[in-house]
Design a protein around this ligand. Structure first.
Ligand SMILES: Cc1ncc(COP(=O)(O)O)c(C=O)c1O
Length: 501
C-alpha cells in the first residue's frame, strides 16, 4: 500500500479514494434488498427454513447474504463482476498484480500457491518448521522438499525464520531447485531479510513464495516490517482472517510478476476450492480490505502503542520476558520484528507456558493464541483496548507473584531436539505400505503420517522422517504438559502409522 506523503503521493490519493468502496459487500447488500424469491440453494432461503434459535442468533442480515453463485452475484471460480472488482481493489491495496480470495483459509492459499509453482519431481526449498498445509502441498504435488534449517532460539525454545545466508547456501548446493518458500513473519513476529532473499532467489530465475499467514497487517502501516509483495516475492498467502479483520476461514493469495502464471494460480485454486463458496466470507474480505486500506494506518498506530504498553509492563514483571525489537540483529534470521506479537517467555516462573495458559483461562477469563513448554503468545490487534491489555498484564503479574511466593523455583532447561532425518520423500511415505506400531516403540521406523502440536501446526514428525529417540522424548514432554498434540489417525496417540519394513 502506498501511503500519502510517500513517493507517488497523487497515485496514493487516487488509490485511497477507490479504496473507500467495497463492491462485493455493497453489491450483495443491494441484491439482498431486492428480496428476490429464491428457488435455489442454500435451502434455508434467507433463514426461513432453518432452526429458529440459530436464525435468531445470527440474524436475518447475515442470512440474507448467505448466497450461492447465482449470476447477479458473480462466481469466485470465474469472476467477471463484483468479485473481480473486489479482487482488483485488493490487489491494489496489497501492491500485487492479482489477488485471489480464498474461502479455505491460508491452508487453501498455500496449497494453491505451491501446486501452481512446482510439478511432480521438482525440488523446492522450504524451512523445516513450516505449517502442515505446506507439507500437505508437498505430498499432493509430488515435489521434493529440500529442508532449510531455521535458526533456533535456545533462550526461548522456538524456531525463527531462515536467514539469507542459509537460503544462498542451499541455492548453491541445489542449483536445480524450482522454487523457494519462506514463512514471514513467524508466528512469534520475527522477520527475515525478505528483500535480500527475494533478490537471491530471483538471481536463479525462480520464484519466491511466502507463507504470510501472520502478516496481513504489514501492508497497512509504514512502521511494520516489509510485506512480501513490497519485498518482491512472487506469491504470498496472507491470512486476512488472522490479523486483517475478516471472518475466520477467509484469506488472500497475492501474486506479482510473471515467474508464476496467475492464470495457472486461478485454475489450481479453483480445482481446490468448494463450488459452494461462502459469500459471507467473501464479503468480509472485501470489507476488511476497505477498512484496512482506509483506516489501517490510524488503527495500527493505536495497536502498536498498546503492544508497546503491554510489552513494557510485562518486562517489568519478575520472571517474565517478552520478545521485542531487541531481537533484531541478534541472530542472522532476525532482520526485523513485528511488535504486535507478544511472545512471553515464562521459564523464570518455574512453570510451563501451557500451565500459564490454563491459569489465565481458568482464573482470569483470558484466552491466549498459543502456549508451548516455555512461552505463551498473545496477539495485539485493532480489536484491543487499554482495558484488555491491562487485564492481561494484571493477570500475568498475579500469576508471577504466586509462582514466586509459593513454588520452589525449579530450573527450566530449554531443549529443542534436532529435527529427524528424512529417509524417503513425504509423498512416497504417505502412499507406502504401512502398519501401526506403539508410538513410543517406534524409534528407527519411518513415519507415514503427520504429528504436530496445534497451534502452531508445525509437524514434530512428518511422513518420510525417521523417528528418533530425541523427538519421541520431546513429544512425550508435550503430552505430559497437556499441549494439544494431534494429527495421528489414532486420536488416543497410542499407535502411529509407519512405513512397513
Ligand atoms: C504459518 C502458518 N501458515 C499457514 C496457516 C494456515 O492458515 P489457516 O488456518 O488460515 O488455514 C497457519 C495457521 O495457523 C500458520 O500458522
Amino acid at each position: 500500500m502506498l501511503f500519502p506523503g510517500d513517493a507517488g503521493a497523487s497515485q496514493a490519493v487516487a488509490i485511497a479514494n477507490e479504496q473507500e468502496r467495497a463492491p462485493l459487500f455493497e453489491g450483495l447488500l443491494e441484491y439482498a434488498r431486492k428480496k428476490r424469491i429464491p428457488f435455489h440453494i442454500p435451502g434455508h432461503k434467507r433463514g426461513k427454513g432453518m432452526d429458529p434459535e440459530f436464525r435468531n442468533f445470527v440474524g436475518d442480515n447475515v442470512l440474507s447474504i448467505d448466497l450461492i453463485n447465482i449470476a447477479p452475484v458473480d462466481d469466485l471460480h470465474h469472476p467477471q463482476g463484483m468479485i473481480k472488482e473486489a479482487q482488483e481493489l485488493a490487489a491494489r491495496a496489497f501492491g500485487a498484480d492479482r489477488t485471489f480470495f480464498s474461502v479455505q483459509g491460508t491452508t487453501g492459499a498455500n496449497l494453491a500457491m505451491i501446486l501452481a509453482a512446482v510439478e511432480p519431481g521438482d525440488k523446492i526449498l522450504i524451512p523445516r518448521n513450516v505449517h502442515k498445509s505446506i507439507l500437505t502441498a508437498i505430498v499432493l504435488s509430488g515435489a521434493r522438499p529440500v529442508f532449510m534449517e531455521p535458526e533456533i532460539d535456545t533462550e526461548r525454545g522456538v524456531a525463527h525464520g531462515v536467514c539469507l545466508a542459509t537460503v544462498r547456501r542451499c541455492l548453491a548446493e541445489h542449483p536445480d531447485v524450482k522454487a523457494v518458500l519462506v514463512v514471514n513473519p513467524t508466528y512469534f513476529g520475527v522477520c527475515a531479510d525478505l528483500k535480500g532473499i527475494a533478490e537471491a532467489v530471483h538471481e536463479r530465475g525462480i520464484p519466491l513464495l511466502v507463507d504470510e499467514a501472520h502478516g496481513a497487517h504489514l501492508y497497512f502501516h509504514p512502521e511494520l516490517p516489509m510485506s512480501a509483495m513490497e519485498a518482491g516475492a512472487d506469491a504470498a498467502a496472507t491470512s486476512m482472517h488472522k490479523l486483517g479483520g475478516s471472518l475466520t476461514q477467509s484469506s488472500v493469495l497475492n501474486v506479482r510478476g510473471d515467474r508464476i502464471s496467475s492464470d495457472r494460480v486461478q485454475a489450481v485454486l479453483s480445482m481446490l476450492t468448494t463450488t459452494s463458496t461462502s459469500y459471507i466470507l467473501l464479503a468480509s474480505l472485501d470489507a476488511a480490505r476497505r477498512h484496512l486500506a482506509t483506516r489501517g494506518r490510524e488503527l495500527l498506530t493505536r495497536t502498536l502503542a498498546l503492544a508497546e504498553r503491554a510489552r513494557r509492563a510485562i518486562n517489568a514483571i519478575p520472571g517474565l520476558k517478552c520478545l521485542g525489537p531487541e531481537v533484531i540483529g541478534d541472530r542472522s534470521s532476525s532482520y526485523d520484528f513485528d511488535p504486535t506479537k507478544l511472545c512471553i517467555t515464562v521459564t523464570g516462573l518455574g512453570i510451563t507456558g501451557a500451565e500459564v495458559e490454563i491459569l489465565l483461562r481458568e482464573d482470569y477469563g483470558i484466552e491466549v493464541e498459543l502456549s508451548d513448554l516455555y512461552n505463551v503468545l498473545c496477539l495485539i490487534t485493532p480489536g484491543d483496548t487499554e482495558e484488555s491489555v491491562d487485564r492481561l498484564v494484571t493477570a500475568l503479574a498475579k500469576i508471577a507473584a504466586v509462582c514466586f511466593q509459593k513454588r520452589p523455583q525449579r530450573e527450566v532447561v530449554v531443549r529443542v531436539p534436532k529435527m529427524p532425518p528424512l529417509a524417503m520423500s513425504p509423498r512416497e511415505a504417505f502412499y507406502a505400505r504401512t502398519e501401526t506400531v506403539p508410538l513410543f516403540a517406534s524409534e528407527g521406523r519411518i513415519m507415514a503420517e503427520f504429528l504436530m502440536v496445534y497451534p502452531p501446526g508445525i509437524p514434530l514428525l512428518l511422513p518420510g522422517e525417521r523417528i528418533t529417540a530425541a523427538i519421541l522424548e520431546y513429544i512425550r514432554e508435550h503430552m505430559e504438559a497437556g499441549l494439544p498434540v494431534q494429527g495421528l489417525e489414532d486420536p488416543t496417540l497410542r499407535e502411529v502409522r509407519v512405513v512397513s519394513e
